[in-house]
Write a protein that binds this ligand. Structure first.
Ligand SMILES: [Mn+2]
Length: 316
């Protein structure tokens, strides 16, 4: 499969790279890496995302400004879709996708294999690991910029190499990326060590809402649109907040409810180790991984909370 992708890259001339709505570091990093490597091979290549501008914390990346809104109109031979479990999450429509050769590269175990070629490896810590293999096994050059994008993918999807998904292979790839010139502090500083004052105020308000259920094993926190308004922030400023819910001592599962529209809550679910939260997420129209998943709930804040409490009643 990985060799086949190398052949496709050689054979075709024009490419589009896309990832999922509300992109995280893996989505941005792995798509930018493909974009950059193809560009350096002198291919015609575009990068799009359904959410633009993409989160500001990634604006230090050289090609950040190349990311365009999804257009469903780029006349290309091949579309790479990365870190996307279901085709609709990349924003491209069915008619457009049917007219292209679609390569689906992902690591969500809920992936629906929507591509003409599917490389779905749930054991990969980040899609960036798979993209690295594609480059390495096909002799595609990895420049310092490409390496930096892949490093962003690995760093963010492993929670800075903390999650159980981190393996010797993850560190092996990270090591090779550093050999290509990646500056780890520059990446970490921009992504993790820089918060706006408003962001920290939003975090303060969010932490005030923390509560636990099921004998302390389920921790829930929430953000209402009112709280965004008060602190002049948006959803992208709440990246990573759910980890505080999970960090409550004794909690197996942490949940963040985020009001995206009146009576519509986006939910992020994280577990420490034992509990597989991807199943609960599927119930809420989403999906994800064993320890990190998401979905959405329609209803009032109280109704959304009750549904979460009910979904994790097996923790009793
Ligand atoms: Mn990912």
């Amino acid at each position: 499969m990985i060799k086949k992708i190398g052949e496709i890259i050689k054979k075709y001339n024009s490419f589009l790279v896309v990832s999922h709505i509300n992109p995280d570091g893996d989505a941005i990093g792995s798509s930018l890496a493909l974009y950059r490597a193809l560009k350096e091979l002198n291919k015609e290549v575009y990068i799009e995302n359904p959410t633009t501008p993409t989160p500001y914390i990634y604006s230090f990346l050289e090609d950040f400004n190349k990311i365009e809104p999804v257009s469903n109109s780029k006349d290309v031979d091949v579309v790479f879709i990365v870190d996307v479990a279901e085709a609709k999450r990349c924003g491209l429509n069915k008619e457009y996708l049917q007219s292209k050769k679609v390569i689906n590269i992902d690591h969500h175990k809920t992936n629906t294999n929507f591509g003409d070629i599917n490389i779905v490896l749930p054991e990969a810590a980040a899609v960036g690991c798979i993209v690295w293999d594609i480059f390495e096994k096909n002799g595609i050059n990895v420049s310092k910029d490409t390496a930096t994008y892949l490093y962003v993918s690995l760093l963010t999807d492993t929670g800075s190499f903390r999650y159980a998904s981190t393996t010797p292979k993850t560190f092996e790839i990270a090591s090779k990326l550093l050999e290509k010139g990646v500056e780890p502090w520059k990446v970490a500083y921009n992504i993790y060590e820089t918060n706006s004052l408003n962001e920290l105020k939003l975090l303060g308000l969010t932490l005030q809402t923390l509560e636990v259920h099921h004998h302390g094993q389920l921790a829930i926190e929430y953000i209402t649109s009112d709280m965004f308004e008060k602190t002049n922030t948006t959803a992208e400023n709440s990246e990573g907040f759910v980890n505080y819910a999970r960090s409550v001592r004794g909690a197996e599962v942490g949940v963040l409810l985020r009001e995206d529209a009146p009576n519509l809550f986006k939910i992020s679910i994280r577990s420490k180790d034992k509990v597989d939260v991807s199943q609960a997420a599927v119930k809420f129209g989403g999906g994800g991984h064993k320890n990190a998943a998401g979905g959405e709930i329609k209803g009032s804040l109280q109704e959304a909370k009750d549904k979460i409490i009910e979904a994790f009643s097996f923790l009793e």
